[in-house]
Design a protein around this ligand. Structure first.
Ligand code: HMG
Ligand code: MG
Length: 342
């Protein structure tokens, strides 16, 4: 990968949809994943093996995983589809589906990394037409930076959540699944405000890395992050010995700061970012949190800097417009709205 490449991880099908009150038909969720797979994105968060009592919208994630394995969406490049698991129960549910389709996905070992762009920085330019590629499947655990958010989101304290994640991470790795490890509310908590210690975040990140996580995903769940506080957080991560290449930034645009914070992160050397098509999202346990930064805005921003994302912006904008229409919402992406009005 060249220094010019920045990876955009699409989280719309999970983080974007999980908060919708009205149950979205499975066919719509699958169509969203299929459409996103054709945009050039290589990483798509597709569902969540959490308790359906806690997050009813994600109750059909087993069917989504099964569908992806049986009918891998056409894509330009192999895609890594990730699923959340809060405990071993969630992992076991995912693994039982994988076991039923053992040849339908690619496993991960540090030697055979999931898809990374070639020298040119542009993912597989030669593949002009999307084709069927066996997917990678990844699991994600999700810790919190504050005790109150951990209790609200996981019904346990941080220490207990980490014990559970150790089992999930160890189990996932034993099955050849790459693991993303989120830490939520890293730049502000709905219950504890700005009182989130970057050193505490770095400490949790070190624990998760030591357990075998392949990536730390820093979630600004409330969108309370600012430029200086983003810089302070990344400095704390660096001081704790976490490498930039192991970090993903996950910004929400609640206060309109997502692109500013992304710029600060780029300057710091971060090259992987989460985003949600059409600005879909929020978090059920973070009152008032609006959407994740939209994938359209982030891709447009990176392209304006001359960076490569491998994502086709026009196709992406059509997906954002379509899904917001499907769920009866206005398009929450500035770039999406602007380009669709042309
Ligand atoms: P609990 O109630 O303490 O756990 O919930 P429990 O073990 O007592 O289980 C309660 C019930 O759930 C039982 O069912 C279990 O079997 C079942 P019952 O006996 O009552 O019929 N259960 C499960 N079912 C399916 N899959 C499972 C599972 N585990 C238990 N894996 C628990 C604890 C962790 C399960 C619950 O709190 C939970 O599911 N929480 C998930 C909350 C969530 O998904 N939040 C959104 C994701 S985080 C986020 O969005 C932020 C992020 O995107 C970053 C950002 O945006 O910044 C990551
Ligand atoms: Mg989010």
């Amino acid at each position: 990968a060249t220094n010019n490449f920045v990876k955009v991880v699409e989280v719309g099908p999970r983080d974007g949809l999980q908060n919708e009150k009205k149950i979205i038909p499975l066919t719509t969720k699958i169509e969203l994943i299929e459409r996103l797979s054709k945009t050039g994105l290589t990483d798509i968060e597709a569902g969540s093996f959490v308790s359906p009592k806690w997050v009813p919208q994600m109750a059909d994630s087993n069917e989504i995983l099964e569908y992806i394995l049986k009918y891998p969406p056409n894509s330009l490049n192999p895609i890594a589809y990730s699923f959340l698991a809060p405990n071993s129960r969630g992992l076991d549910n995912a693994v039982s589906i994988l076991r039923a389709h053992p040849t339908s996905y690619q496993t991960f070992s540090p030697q055979s990394t999931p898809y990374e762009p070639d020298e040119s920085g542009i993912p597989n330019e030669s593949a002009a037409e999307p084709t069927s590629n066996p997917p990678f499947i990844e699991m994600s655990v999700f810790a919190a930076a504050t005790e109150s958010f951990s209790e609200k989101n996981l019904n346990c304290n941080i220490a207990t959540s980490l014990e559970r994640f150790r089992e999930v991470i160890t189990g996932a790795k034993a099955h050849g699944l790459r693991v993303r490890a989120y830490i939520s509310v890293v730049l502000g908590c709905p219950f504890e405000g700005y009182d989130v210690d970057p050193r505490k975040v770095a400490e949790i990140a070190c624990d998760l890395m030591e357990m075998g996580a392949d990536e730390i995903d820093l979630g600004d769940t409330t969108g309370m992050g600012t430029a200086p506080r983003t810089a302070a957080l990344l400095n704390a991560m660096q001081a704790a010995g976490i490498r930039n290449e192991d970090i993903t930034m996950h910004f929400h645009d609640t206060y309109g700061q997502a692109l500013v914070n992304s710029a600060v992160s780029l300057e710091h050397g971060i090259r992987r970012f989460d985003a949600s098509v059409g600005g879909l999202g929020g978090c059920p346990y973070s009152p008032g949190a609006t959407g994740n930064v939209s994938t359209e805005d982030l891709v447009y921003f990176f392209e304006s800097l001359g960076m490569e994302t491998g994502v086709d912006l026009d196709t992406l904008c059509e997906v954002g417009e379509w899904i917001n229409g499907e769920i009866g919402k206005g398009n929450d992406s500035s770039v999406g709205k602007a380009l669709m009005a042309k």
